[in-house]
Design a protein around this ligand. Structure first.
Ligand code: HEM
Ligand code: HEM
Length: 182
């Protein structure tokens, strides 16, 4: 059974999970754009290791977030929103949730394929998802990078633009529903 949210907006837990993921994604993009390019014989040194660790952490928080979301309904929609906006927001949120799983899992498969040990901040190691150089898995790195650099940034950009549209143009309270303290 779904537990209903605060009618005025997302609860503190939903907000904390949302903004933790946003922060982790910013860290991930900065790391992925500054880490050395990965070739066949690249060793996963500091920045690459951090990318693997923060990526694993992002996947962990995404699992907690989705579990939490599955047991807690979103707050009722703002009054007066056109149905197309409600539907497109719902589709966008599920696409973003989907990417929060597909993206790190493809990265993890690629790390296994490359023979990288995925140590999470030196605390423990994730199991290998495929054998090193397992035939048929070479594409996972390129698709992981393309999905992150193009699809996630495009969908995330549209999602942010929608929030700003509600705040500055429609002047409703959709953005405030997700802001800390609001
Ligand atoms: C949501 C979390 C993640 C984001 C946003 C992300 C983002 C990226 C991006 C943008 C690149 C391409 C860098 C470039 O432009 O050259 C990349 C590469 C890579 N990432 Fe991630 N990543 C995430 C999670 C992970 C995880 C969990 C792992 C492994 C445990 C991982 C492993 C890799 C590897 C091995 C590459 C190199 C791929 C290649 O060039 O063949 N990533 N990541
Ligand atoms: C500065 C960046 C961001 C802003 C301003 C923002 C704003 C918002 C707002 C206002 C909502 C609530 C919408 C509503 O009431 O219907 C929301 C929900 C959501 N956001 Fe963001 N967001 C940002 C970044 C992100 C990113 C990077 C992701 C994931 C990749 C994300 C994923 C989601 C999801 C999945 C929901 C739906 C929550 C639920 O109902 O379960 N957001 N966001």
């Amino acid at each position: 059974m779904s537990i209903s949210e605060n009618a005025l907006g997302y609860t503190g837990t939903a907000k904390a999970l949302h903004w933790t993921i946003v922060t982790l994604l910013i860290v991930q993009f900065v790391l992925s754009w500054t880490m050395p390019e990965i070739h066949r014989d690249t060793k996963p040194e500091t920045l690459i290791n951090l990318h693997l660790s923060f990526g694993a952490l992002t996947l962990g928080v995404a699992i907690i977030r989705l579990t939490w979301r599955a047991t807690h309904a979103e707050p009722p929609p703002e009054d007066g929103l056109p149905p197309w906006q409600l539907q497109s927001a719902r589709v966008m949120h599920w696409l973003l949730y989907g990417l929060l799983f597909v993206l790190p899992i493809l990265g993890w498969i690629n790390a296994s394929y490359r023979g990288f040990a995925v140590s999470v901040f030196g605390l423990f190691e994730l199991p290998k998802l495929v054998a090193t150089r397992a035939p048929g898995f070479g594409w996972t790195g390129d698709v992981h990078g393309l999905l992150a650099n193009y699809l996630m940034l495009t969908l995330g950009g549209l999602h942010v633009a929608a929030g700003l549209y509600h705040y500055f143009i429609r002047r409703d309270r959709v953005l405030q529903r997700m802001l800390p303290g609001a």
